[in-house]
Ligand binder design. Structure first.
Ligand code: NAG
Length: 227
């Protein structure tokens, strides 16, 4: 048996076809060698059958590896795309500690949230208060608002609305003289298109108040892209 195996190895090394040559894999032409070997030495026939089987397995593993490499390449690409397309932000109305109010104004005004907690992708502007949608996709958007009338009996006026391209998507309203303070929340998931402008509008005559407790926040985060 040892002799047979040795013969066999000689046959292999002389032929040079059976090196495991890693990724450039070309499946060997299985069986092409068997005939020769058997002609030269009948004793090595069994061995060449084994080689044939090895060839078959090598081809099988080569194919499997190629498929796995392709899957890996695609997965890695998806992951890179996912990492490159990050978009989320949260901003609160004011920086600083002093309690003060935004509004009331004579016209509807975009609320400019100044205190940025997070602005991944820098799509939110603290100059304009606009979130410019960086990638088409499904976004979660949230607005919390708070107002304080100052004293009981005075008008409390929260009238904020979440807008996309200037159109109201959802609004919150609390306008009365019964409460001194009140809060509202808007949360929606929306399909948005790259370039859309998302903002929060304060209706004329209304006002929001805040300090370092950050009662007023505006947030958006990308759930998944649709590009
Ligand atoms: C995954 O993809 C990134 C970006 O295309 C690339 O830089 C990196 O080398 C890839 N990783 C592997 C292991 O191929």
């Amino acid at each position: 048996m040892r002799v047979v195996v040795l013969l066999c190895l000689l046959c292999v090394s002389a032929n040079g076809q059976y090196d495991w040559d890693g990724p450039g894999r070309v499946a060997p032409d299985s069986g092409s060698n068997d005939g020769n070997a058997c002609n030269v030495d009948q004793a090595s026939c069994g061995c060449c059958l084994m080689l044939q089987e090895m060839n078959r397995l090598k081809t099988y593993f080569d194919t499997t590896l190629t498929d796995l490499e392709e899957d890996f390449r695609k997965t890695n690409q998806s992951l890179s795309t996912l990492k490159a397309k990050r978009a989320s932000f949260t901003a609160a109305l004011y920086t600083g500690d002093n309690f003060r109010c935004f509004g009331p104004f004579a016209t509807n005004s975009v609320i400019v949230y100044k205190n940025v907690f997070l602005n991944l992708g820098a799509a939110y502007s603290t100059e304009t208060g606009l979130f410019t949608v960086p990638f088409s996709g499904v976004y979660s958007l949230a607005v919390t608002s708070y107002s304080d009338s100052g004293s009981p009996g005075f008008t409390l006026a929260i009238c904020s609305s979440l807008q996309v391209n200037g159109k109201t998507v959802a609004a919150a309203k609390d306008f009365n003289t019964n409460d001194k303070e009140d809060s509202t929340t808007i949360v929606v998931a929306l399909q948005l298109t790259a370039g859309d402008k998302v903002s929060v509008s304060l209706a004329k005559g209304c006002f929001l108040c805040d300090d370092n407790s950050h009662y007023n926040t505006f947030s958006a985060f990308l759930l998944h892209t649709t590009e």
